[in-house]
Ligand binder design. Structure first.
Ligand SMILES: Nc1ncnc2c1ncn2[C@@H]1O[C@H](COP(=O)(O)OP(=O)(O)O)[C@@H](O)[C@H]1O
Ligand SMILES: CC(C)(COP(=O)(O)O)[C@@H](O)C(=O)NCCC(=O)O
Ligand SMILES: [Mn+2]
Length: 867
């Protein structure tokens, strides 16, 4: 928008401000020449490079065939990868990159699947493949950059990883869906440069399809903006239509939307508004405006009487006045149309809005003012990409229609020079070259600085901001607001947890990450960074390469924090769970796949060594004492948390076993929340035993080995099936679903109950098979199983869990959540359809005070029976 570049700095390359959301992470993985270690993980929530989708692979033909055909039912070669919206000002590009959905099918997974009766057969004719949707824009005036970009990534040929590109085959009739005026104007150029034909899609169709998709599939896509405050809203699908869609691009389109594919263009005259917007657009670079004095005079009557020359006015003041005038008019015209059709909701799209606080406030003010508060102006996070998304949706085989909010995970990789930061020196992007942004970052890291945090802009209370006092400052914060969309990961294997009492009202985060709260976490996470980097670098062998990546990670994560300090709502509705996950994702982006790997191993070994003694001790107790000892054990062992500063300080003062003993000794009841007696009574009800317990585990080492396994064993010996639920990907020192079977197998060496149950659950193969003896005659055990939760974070959002966990939940009547991340930061207030037990030690003073009016190391044993 006009007001952006009022300073004298050289124009920021579109790479910087425009490629928000482009990721070069694929290149980064490739540059390293290795597949990420995470590929051994069964659930790929954020896989780093596209691979063949082997899920459901089957041999076709007889076993005797020398070269049988292998069918890959979920692998599709003709997935459409790219759609364009070529507008008068900007080219918007939406493209898809594939990543592996199910890279491995390990033994645990197969047996669990069989047991839980998970069907993986294709359910729809065009299955959505796991992959990512990227959003990119270019200036239409720099069409060549766009063509270079498409060509460097081979997007028109399905991407550089597609079989057709690899085989060197030259498909000669590639058709790409495109909308916007440029789809006609530049069709020949696309044919000439890329050899592709543009298939034109109607612009209004696309806008509506794009908006409807976003409002259905993206959680908290829409928000209101009043007096500088964003508020995200979740639109109920049953209460979406009719609405007014106002798209403000080079021109303005006003559409009344009544349903999917049902709409009517009601107003919006391009030619008139174009002139106005054109003026503003020219204002981007004042020296080139060429505004005649009369234009200004007619727009700003007052300025004439001031007896001043045009040059006496600051360009940014003129731009701001123009912007206010136009935004205000758009608001008013929209409201009048809403009034005409009796519509209460107006959604604004188009790059004119582009997350500008000033514009949104002015429009909101106008709508609010003229409608006397009856109508609401709403904005969309992907506002500029409605047309391009709609064009993407128009491919027959994209499968996006079938996606729901729980299938989509938004990520904010630093993979491209991120928006809002300044790039000093030459721009990074020669698009013809295969860019490994990360490599460049590592080399030039110090030249890329984090955005400068800015204070909250003051408002006039009149639906607009106060005039900026000096060149740049407030309006600059708008410029950095450009990165408001990340990369959308499509993960078809995610599900809503079926035992959530009410998924619609479920909010995972316990505490709102408001300004103060964010400030606190900013400090906590920043302080923790050096230690984390040290562990991460060590986990990769401490090589020079690892050190450079560690440095890059620290820069990138600090930049995220700075960005969020500047605007806490920059990445959409963002809670503490998102923040903690962002850190893990950022580590993975810089190819640290398990920073705490050796710490976890060391603690597992130490704990397994004392497990037999603990089990003996427990077995000598009577039932009631044992139950208490088990819960105490869980709470005490939750102290082994490498994410808590206070705990890490403790570890320097003693061995694992010493700390564990000390922690157990301090277990004094009543705990801060102490529902143990109710839980015990329920457990001891002999006539009503639980059927299946889902036990969500937390940290490696003592936490899982000395705390959770003995608890699981208690259920097993009582004939209750146990499903251990663990992370799909590493996060801090949390144990993962992949690591658990080995630990269980090790523990089972010393314990018949665990062994029989693990065998029954297919976790370990029957070691006794073929061996004569009494073990074979023992009664069959209920199974012990392990499922992954679909997460790579210390917290859990039950709106998006693995389909495996969702399937395991169907027969469960008890859910145990353990740890601070999963039962305090998230889910403390969550209600479930089954009994729930939330167990954690509070390892942070502030949280203890805030949530429980308590102290660090307090314990929580919250039992919530359904009846
Ligand atoms: N970098 C930019 N270059 C040009 N216009 C921009 C830029 N950033 C934001 N805009 C605003 O976006 C508008 C174009 O919006 P857009 O939705 O892309 O329309 P179109 O499809 O007609 O190009 C411009 O009129 C201008 O107000
Ligand atoms: C990251 C954690 C939620 C992990 O806790 P856990 O779930 O392992 O019990 C927790 O360590 C935490 O909130 N740490 C940051 C606060 C602090 O250092 O005090
Ligand atoms: Mn943990």
């Amino acid at each position: 928008m006009a007001a952006n570049n009022s300073g004298s700095e050289p124009p920021i390359p579109e790479d910087d401000e425009g490629l928000g959301g482009v990721t070069h992470e694929e290149e980064a993985a490739e540059a390293k020449g290795k597949a990420p270690a995470a590929s051994t993980t069964t659930m790929n929530r954020s896989g780093s490079r596209p691979q063949l989708d082997l899920s459901g692979a089957a041999i076709h033909g007889t076993l005797e065939d020398r070269n049988p055909t292998i069918l890959l039912p979920n692998q599709s070669d003709d997935i459409s990868h790219l759609a364009l919206d070529i507008g008068g000002s900007l080219i918007k590009l939406v493209y898809f990159s594939r990543h592996a959905d199910q890279p491995t099918e390990d033994k645990r997974k197969l047996s669990t699947k069989r047991r839980l009766e998970i069907f993986t057969g294709a359910r729809r004719s065009y299955p959505v493949l796991g992959g990512r949707l990227h959003f990119v824009k270019f200036e239409t005036g720099k069409l060549n950059e766009c063509l270079d970009f498409i060509s460097s990534k081979q997007l028109h040929r399905g991407g550089v990883d597609s079989p057709s590109w690899r085989s060197g085959a030259q498909p000669d009739n590639i058709v790409i869906k495109a909308t916007g005026g440029g789809a006609f104007k530049y069709a020949d150029l696309f044919k000439e440069r890329l050899g592709v034909s543009l298939e034109k899609e109607d612009e209004m169709d696309c806008l509506v399809a794009g908006a409807n998709f976003l409002l259905k599939a993206i959680r908290h896509e829409a928000f209101t903006h009043m007096d500088g405050q964003k508020e995200y809203v979740q639109i109920d699908q049953n209460d979406l239509f009719p609405y007014l869609l106002v798209n403000v691009g080079s021109g303005v389109s006003i559409i009344k939307v009544d349903g999917h594919g049902k709409f009517q263009r009601v107003s919006g005259d391009n030619s008139t508004i174009d002139m106005l917007v054109g003026d503003i657009y020219g204002g981007l670079d004042y020296s080139k405006i060429g505004l005649s004095a009369s234009t200004i005079a007619s727009s700003f009557g007052k300025t004439i009487s001031d007896n001043k020359e045009l040059s006496d006015y600051r360009p940014e003041d003129i731009s701001l006045s123009l912007l206010r005038m136009i935004s205000y008019n758009i608001g008013q015209i929209s409201y009048l149309n809403a009034l005409r059709y009796g519509l209460k909701r107006i959604f604004f799209g188009g790059f004119f809005i582009r997350g500008h606080a000033y514009t949104m406030d002015t429009i909101s003010f106008a709508v609010h003012f003229w409608s006397k508060g009856e109508a609401k102006a709403m904005f969309l996070r992907h506002e500029g990409f409605l047309g391009a998304l709609g064009a993407f949706m128009s491919y027959e085989k994209h499968g996006l229609d079938d996606l729901s909010a729980h299938h989509l995970v938004e990520r904010f990789p630093m993979g491209a020079p991120y928006v809002g930061g300044k790039i000093h020196g030459p721009p990074l992007g020669d698009l013809n070259e295969k860019i490994s942004w990360m490599e460049k970052f590592v080399q030039k890291g110090t030249q890329i600085t984090a955005p400068v945090p800015m204070g909250a802009p003051a408002t006039t209370g009149m639906g607009g901001f106060e005039r900026p006092t000096s060149k740049g400052d407030i309006l600059r914060s708008d410029a950095s607001a450009a990165l408001n969309v990340g990369v959308l990961h499509l993960v078809p294997s995610l599900d809503v947890f079926p035992l959530l009492e009410d998924p619609k009202t479920y909010e995972p985060n316990t505490i709102d990450l408001d300004h103060d709260e964010f400030k606190y976490w900013f400090t906590i996470l920043s302080d923790h960074l050096p230690d984390l980097v040290e562990k991460a670098v060590a986990s990769e062998g401490g090589t020079d390469d690892a050190k450079r990546r560690g440095d890059a990670f620290a820069h990138a994560f600090s930049a995220h924090l700075a960005r969020l300090t500047e605007e806490p709502a920059a990445y959409g509705k963002f809670g503490l769970a998102n923040l903690l996950e962002l850190r893990e994702e950022c580590l993975r982006e810089f190819q640290f796949f398990d920073a705490y790997v050796s710490i976890k191993q060391r603690e597992n070994e130490a704990s397994l060594a004392v497990l037999p003694d603990l089990l003996m001790e427990l077995d000598s107790m009577d039932e009631e004492d044992r139950l208490l000892a088990l819960i105490e054990g869980v709470l005490a062992a939750n102290i082994f948390d490498w994410g808590s500063k206070a705990c890490v300080d403790l570890y320097n003062q003693g061995t694992i076993i010493e700390i564990y003993r000390m922690s157990r000794k301090k277990m004094q009841r009543p705990w801060r929340i102490d529902n143990f007696d109710t839980f015990k009574s329920r457990m001891l009800k002999k006539d009503q035993p639980y059927k299946r317990a889902l036990i969500s585990v937390d940290n490696a080492g003592a936490d899982v080995v000395l705390g959770m396994l003995p608890l699981a064993r208690e259920f097993l010996r009582r004939g209750v099936e146990v499903v251990l639920v663990a992370n799909s990907l590493p996060a801090l020192n949390d144990i993962t679903a992949n690591e658990l079977p080995e630990i269980v197998a090790e523990a089972a060496k010393h314990c018949g109950i665990l062994r029989k149950a693990a065998e029954a659950g297919g976790l370990i193969v029957d070691a006794m098979a073929g061996i004569q003896g009494d073990a074979k005659d023992e009664p069959a055990s209920v199974p012990l199983m392990v499922v992954e939760n679909g997460c790579g974070s210390p917290c859990i959002d039950f709106r998006q869990v693995s389909s495996e966990l969702a399937a395991a939940a169907k027969d469960a009547d008890l859910l145990i959540l353990e740890g601070m991340g999963r039962s305090l930061h998230t889910n403390l207030n969550a209600r479930f359809k089954c009994d729930a037990l939330k167990l954690a030690m509070v390892k942070n003073q502030r949280l203890a005070e805030k949530l429980f009016n308590g102290n660090i190391y307090d314990c929580i044993c919250k039992f919530e029976p359904v009846s």
